[in-house]
Design a protein. Structure first.
Lengths: 266, 67
């Protein structure tokens, strides 16, 4: 056990000087009930949980407010700007989120296309620059493009969040090469966001050496979200450890594991 | 006087304060964020003295589940 514990050591995930206890971050949308959401979050071991900013529905009552269910002292609330299509709209949502009074962090999303939910990268860069200038800690959702990622870091993002594949698609990581390149070239933490569909996807993401992964639908849309949350937690740990361990080189020839000598005469 | 609250018209007595409106709507000020005529109100202590005017626009938002 001592060896196993030693082997499992890792530095914490640090973003903008703040240490987070888990490399898995989870969303809070699409659950069947608040109780199920809470159990899934607990099973995931996540500290960072994302929330969306929306109008209070004055007809349906206040119970849909997530603060009635989620203890902000237990989790780090990361507000998103999901649903925003322009830089101005995104900035407005971020400011509203900050006024809630929990922190100055925002998961910035500027959607560029309704059908694919792919990001408007130029608007994301613009909004990042404005909000970083206002003291926000901007974690910027973007596509898996190196140049955009570099521009976002330059604009003041504290973390860049390239997608594995489109939001809610569950397609897993479509381009490990670009994710690795982004991680290699940027100095700020890289948190892969969106597209993880099952535990192996999360593991493969973490094996690229990124700092963390954020997911919502991959857990919430599973038949048993609580069990999938636990699977994701283990997959993120496994992928992280495998990255730190350093995988063997790929080769397209077989190499025996057992000695070639000492065989009996035929 | 008539206000626009989250996109819907709402008639309230003249001189209604923001705190009174929230109380009528049974909303806890600590659980929401208020934007009054496009200005975000960060100081909840001032809700009691913030008087609303005819034609004012209010957006009352909160956190909901999201990814």
């Amino acid at each position: 056990m001592a060896v196993a514990a030693e082997a499992a050591t890792d530095t914490p995930c640090v973003i903008a000087g703040r240490e987070f206890r888990s490399r898995l971050m989870v969303g809070t949308g699409k659950y069947a009930s608040p109780a199920q959401m809470l159990r899934a979050i607990e099973a995931s071991g996540a500290e960072v949980v994302t929330v969306a900013v929306r109008r209070v529905d004055l007809d349906r009552g206040k119970e849909e407010g997530i603060l009635y269910h989620l203890d902000p002292n237990q989790y780090f609330l990361l507000a998103n700007t999901a649903g925003c299509f322009t830089a101005d709209e995104t900035i407005r949502y971020a400011r509203l989120a900050r006024a809630a009074g929990f922190n100055e962090w925002v998961k910035l999303e500027v959607i560029g296309d309704q059908e694919t939910l792919l990001p408007d990268t130029s608007a994301t860069i613009e909004a990042t620059r404005v909000l970083a200038g206002e003291g926000f800690k901007v974690m910027a959702y973007t596509n898996d493009d190196l140049i955009t990622a570099l521009r976002l870091e330059d604009a003041g993002a504290v973390a860049v969040m390239p997608l594995a594949s489109p939001i809610g698609s569950g397609l897993g990581m479509l381009n490990p090469y670009t994710i690795r390149t982004i991680k290699h070239r940027l100095h700020c933490p890289i948190i892969v966001d969106a597209g993880v569909g099952t535990a192996s996807d999360a593991c493969i993401v973490m094996e690229q050496g990124v700092d963390g992964v954020l997911m919502n639908t991959g857990i919430a849309a599973a038949s048993d979200p609580v069990r999938m949350a636990y699977a994701m937690r283990q997959a993120v740990d496994a992928g992280r450890q495998a990255y730190l361990a350093g995988r063997m080189p790929r080769r397209e020839i077989a190499v025996p594991s057992s000695p070639l000598t000492g065989m009996l005469d035929a | 006087m008539t206000l626009s609250v989250n996109g819907c018209e709402r008639v309230v007595p003249l001189g209604t304060t923001l705190a009174a409106l929230l109380a009528e709507l049974q909303l806890d000020p600590l659980m929401i964020v208020v934007e009054h005529n496009r200005t975000i109100l960060r100081d909840r202590d001032r809700f009691a003295t913030r008087t609303l005017g005819d034609g004012d626009t209010l957006e009352l938002v909160h956190f909901v589940g999201g990814g």
